[in-house]
Write a protein that binds this ligand. Structure first.
Ligand code: GCW
Length: 688
């Protein structure tokens, strides 16, 4: 599929304004980039791509210092070139994280230069993309002095791509971009994707779905037959991966694989995959040796075990430590890491309490190179959930935070729902854990820790199924590079690089994105902490898209006398998994924040809230307000006709119509469903 300008997302490199052009031209028209590494060749490629767009003329790449010009761009480590060694104070780079970089405008022997430097080549890639972002946004560059380091060591994208069917679980942008059957042949799309990720400072990508085998075991239904990622550990498949690894390596990105815990039996022909069996441990060691012979900078394994039917240590009555450590011992000699998911449920009546009950007691027993990967909330990426109680509860274990970039529960690539406000709320949440810095964002800062995002990019020109939903991938990357960035700054960066600098476009798209999440919460859940009322249809694109509260009585707890789930001491006790003062705040119906009220409490329909409104009336009102908000956001978008290219304008406008239609459906189905229980009419004749 030929690339066109609509595929470029935020790397459009549109022509800069005339008032910037001269100062830009003086410092970047001529570029001297260090020679020897794949990363530096990626840097040169990106300059060749960007400068013609920004300046309207090609970049002149020199193999030495261009002495005859007014100024130039120098990109390299201090050891690579004099101009950097002499214009950057000694040691300024030494104490920088390898992924960190400096960008400085300097005057060097009468020339106006721009220096991008780092202690390592991947830092040069991230630094170059930072510079190009500033140019893309029309920022002044004559007095730059930037020092950047990422907040988290591991900034990883998780793909739920099914390798050989090219389907993407929870993907809404067409086929998977990865054509594993055609490897080692490469597609341009791989490099374009690596560029997008590197421009955000992403340094790891898990290529395939955590559902690596079809389930339930032996099932014949077509849907589950597509989970075939376990085959990627076959030797011929590993050889094929070396080319893909080389594409991502150029951009400072390591590749990882989701592996099936039963692989020793499934691929290795052993008759067991018991993690304490020495043949099984030997098998994993040999498989790891084989991988690292082919891909020396392989990142490691991601494992979904004993979860939603995937194989795991429970098959042999072993626990998660015994399971994870069996793989960790194999990767350890090569510096590889096991990312072991804590998304395990099904044996506790209240799904919310299981992860803590299961993993907290194992704190400190996991091997050094194991990271326990935890979803932001206790259920499953709902539009709003309280945070996981494991954050702050496992101080002796490396932890990873798992966020969902794809909109599985927030409109599936049709609704324009920004996840950034959600992530900011999660990041800012104070767990009151007994340590310096107890906000969620203060965790995950160790070398073996980090933040991962589940994306769903695909073959579609939009990459994400919706032009506005590219903003979620962008926001994820920027936020985990610097969680102190505010939502407005990140959103404005994305809008300016994607749609240009028109003030009206900027203000309008910013308002749409930053208001979209609360609107989605209101028209999908009624905004009092209710969750999980979606249809679990067989049809792929139906699953989790339509409302079906009748399918999940155990989640919302609607009865004739009231609604909500009692997670206090009189119920499942989930609130007590938090530390005080958080635990007592949630425990007490008077102090529990309204946005989480029915997640922690089961209350009569006519229970009065702080402002005297009853629970049922508030639910009715929020659903109606949510639909009105969706209509308002659509109307806002319509004001941009003629200010944005027709293709993207129409694309988004069409989806807004569907979004409003679906919002009405969610409102009517769920308020009708509650009315049947409560038999309480809504004010203003709203319900029924
Ligand atoms: O979010 C749910 C999804 C599944 C997903 C699972 C998980 C990959 O509905 O599609 O499976 O959780 O996170 O493992």
């Amino acid at each position: 599929m030929p690339r066109n300008q609509y595929d470029d997302c935020w790397l459009r490199y549109d022509r800069v304004s005339d008032d910037r052009r001269e100062s830009y031209r003086r410092r970047i028209k001529h570029a001297y980039v260090a020679e020897e590494s794949p990363e530096c060749s990626a840097v040169r490629d990106e300059l060749r791509e960007a400068i013609p767009g920004l300046l309207g003329e090609d970049v002149h790449l020199w193999q030495h210092r261009p002495e005859t010009v007014d100024g130039f761009l120098a990109i390299g480590t201090p050891g690579d070139m004099e101009v950097i060694k002499e214009s950057i104070p000694d040691g300024a780079v030494d104490d920088l994280d390898d992924d960190g970089y400096l960008i400085r405008s300097v005057e060097y022997e009468g020339q106006d230069c721009l220096v991008v430097t780092s202690g390592a080549d991947q830092g040069l890639v991230y630094g170059t993309f930072h510079l190009l972002r500033l140019l893309n946004m029309g920022e002044p560059i004559d007095e730059i002095d930037v020092r950047e380091e990422p907040a988290y060591a591991n900034r990883v994208i998780n793909h739920w791509d099914n390798p050989f069917r090219r389907t993407v679980e929870r993907g809404y942008a067409g086929e998977s971009i990865f054509d594993f059957d055609r490897l080692p042949d490469l597609r341009d799309r791989y490099e374009d994707y690596a560029r997008l990720l590197a421009s955000l400072g992403i340094n790891g990508v898990v290529l395939n779905n955590v559902n690596t085998e079809y389930y339930p075991r032996g099932s014949t239904n077509e849907a589950s037959q597509q989970f075939d990622g376990w085959r990627l550990l076959e030797s011929r498949r590993l050889e094929d991966l070396t080319s893909l690894a080389s594409v991502f390596r150029r951009y400072g990105i390591q590749i990882y694989l989701s592996v099936n815990f039963g692989a020793p039996k499934r691929i290795g022909d052993l008759d067991t995959f018991d993690p304490l069996d020495e043949d099984v441990r030997q098998w994993w060691r040999e498989k790891a040796d084989e991988i690292y012979d082919l891909i020396p900078d392989f990142g490691g394994f991601l494992v979904k075990a004993d979860s939603e039917g995937q194989d795991g240590p429970y098959n042999y009555d072993r626990d998660h430590v015994e399971g994870a450590n069996a793989l960790a011992q194999a990767l350890e000699p090569h510096g590889g890491r096991v990312w072991w998911r804590a998304f395990v449920y099904g044996s506790h009546e209240d799904r919310a309490i299981q992860a803590y009950d299961t993993f907290e007691p194992l704190d400190g027993d996991f091997a050094e190179n194991v990271t326990v990967q935890i979803k932001n909330g206790p259920i499953d990426f709902q539009p709003r959930e309280p945070v996981s109680t494991l954050f702050g509860a496992m101080p002796e274990t490396d932890l990873g935070l798992e966020l969902q970039i794809t909109g599985e529960y927030t409109g599936q690539g049709v609704h324009a729902t920004s996840h950034l406000p959600m992530w900011k709320e999660i990041f800012e949440f104070d767990t009151h854990a007994d340590r310096d810095g107890s906000r969620v964002q203060d965790f995950f800062r160790g070398d073996g820790e980090g933040v991962v995002g589940v994306t769903s990019i695909g073959e579609d020109h939009t990459w994400t199924g919706h032009y506005l939903m590219q903003s979620n991938l962008y926001a994820f990357g920027r936020l985990i590079w610097d969680p102190d960035l505010d939502a407005e700054t990140i959103t404005d960066e994305w809008i300016t690089q994607t749609f240009g600098a028109d003030e009206a476009v900027l203000d309008t798209v910013r308002e749409i994105l930053l208001d979209s999440w609360e609107a989605c919460i209101d028209y999908e859940t009624g905004g009092l902490g209710l969750i999980h009322m979606m249809h679990n249809g067989q049809e792929y694109l139906e699953n989790h898209y339509y409302p079906a509260p009748e399918e999940w009585p155990g989640y919302h707890g609607a009865t004739e006398e009231g609604i909500g789930y009692d997670r206090t001491a009189t119920g499942s006790g989930y609130a007590q998994q938090f530390r005080d003062p958080v635990a007592s705040r949630f425990e007490d119906v008077e102090t529990c924040p309204e946005k989480h009220l029915l997640f922690f409490h089961h209350l009569p329909w006519d229970h009065e809230l702080e402002d005297g409104t009853t629970v049922i009336q508030r639910l009715y009102d929020n659903f109606y307000d949510g639909v009105e908000e969706a209509e308002r956001l659509r109307d806002l978008w319509m004001t941009l006709e003629g200010k944005i290219d027709d293709r993207r304008f129409e694309h988004v406008a069409t989806r807004f119509d569907e979004q409003v239609h679906q919002a009405e459906k969610w409102r009517d189905v769920i308020t009708g469903y509650f009315y049947d229980f409560a038999e309480i009419e809504g004010e203003k004749g709203r319900v029924p």
